[in-house]
Design a protein around this ligand. Structure first.
Ligand code: PEP
Ligand code: MN
Length: 266
């Protein structure tokens, strides 16, 4: 890092956020009723601060559900209206950014398959030039800290200061019990390099299986990470994407209840 990043803490742009920040919602928005009901059930837990849902889905192989597209923005708006939860979704192109800004999406995130590509990140940064919106940057799919920091720097240079990182693990050819290797040393090193950056862990995409979510979530909290993004679905087994890792809002509430949440160090 050539110079420190002037970042605004999450609490300044999401005053309703607790620590840890809890982001939840389906991997993909599938229909309006699903989004409204999920948002209401998540809000009723009293533990969720931000509603997530992907509407443009970066599927590794073609021929799978690639997201509802722009109509999903209307479903997110309805879900926000019905639950009071602010909404966030993934953007990968300038057109996605424009649609989200037009729809008044509260928070954007950049996915792992986008962070890996400086051209795409720059395109997003250019589309966001001077716009006052929070952006969460997932790590690139490969364990390259410079790419992750570089993506944050591109956004920062475009005048975005409400930035945080999401640790979702790193893909590898070796298949283990987890979908993506957490390589905890990387987020730890990121925190050392950019101390002002808050980091949210995404146990769903690290674990890949709902049985391992709480183990990963607890590890993230033990490392003093600032939040958790956990996918939830009304009927997890019927989800159109990431079926094995999603949990119902009720299961999420129990999972969060079971975590030992450390008080922030003084
Ligand atoms: C997601 O959050 O559903 C997603 C596609 O994540 P990632 O970019 O981490 O693969
Ligand atoms: Mn997903």
């Amino acid at each position: 890092m050539s110079h420190p990043l002037a970042l605004r803490p999450i609490s300044s742009w999401l005053p309703t956020a607790g620590r840890p920040l809890i982001i939840s919602g389906p991997c993909s928005a599938e229909n309006e009723n699903q989004m409204v009901q999920t948002a209401q059930q998540l809000a009723a837990t009293g533990r969720v601060h931000l509603l997530r849902a992907g509407i443009w889905k970066p599927r590794t192989r073609p021929g799978q559900f690639e997201g509802a597209g722009q109509i999903g923005l209307e479903w997110l708006q309805s879900a926000r209206q019905a639950s009071g939860l602010p909404i966030c979704t993934e953007v990968a192109t300038a057109a996605h950014v424009e649609a989200c800004l037009h729809a008044g999406v509260d928070v954007l995130w950049i996915g792992a398959r986008t962070t890996v590509n400086p051209f795409s990140v720059q395109e997003i940064a250019d589309a966001l030039q001077g716009v006052d919106i929070p952006v969460l940057v997932k790590n690139p799919v490969n364990p390259d800290l410079e790419l992750w920091i570089g993506a944050l720097e591109r956004l920062h240079k475009a005048g975005l200061y409400k930035l945080a990182a999401i640790h979702r693990g790193f893909s590898s050819f070796e298949k283990g019990p987890l979908r993506n290797a957490p390589m905890w040393d990387l987020p730890i090193e990121l925190k050392t390099r950019v101390p002002e950056l808050q980091i949210i862990c995404d146990p769903s995409h690290i674990a890949g299986h709902r049985e391992l979510l709480s183990f990963i979530a607890q590890k993230a909290l033990d490392l003093d990470m600032d939040g958790l993004m956990i996918e939830s679905h009304l009927c997890p087994d019927l989800a159109l994407s990431d079926v094995r890792q999603q949990i119902s809002p009720a299961t999420l509430a129990r999972l969060l209840e079971g975590l030992e949440i450390r008080t922030p160090s003084p």
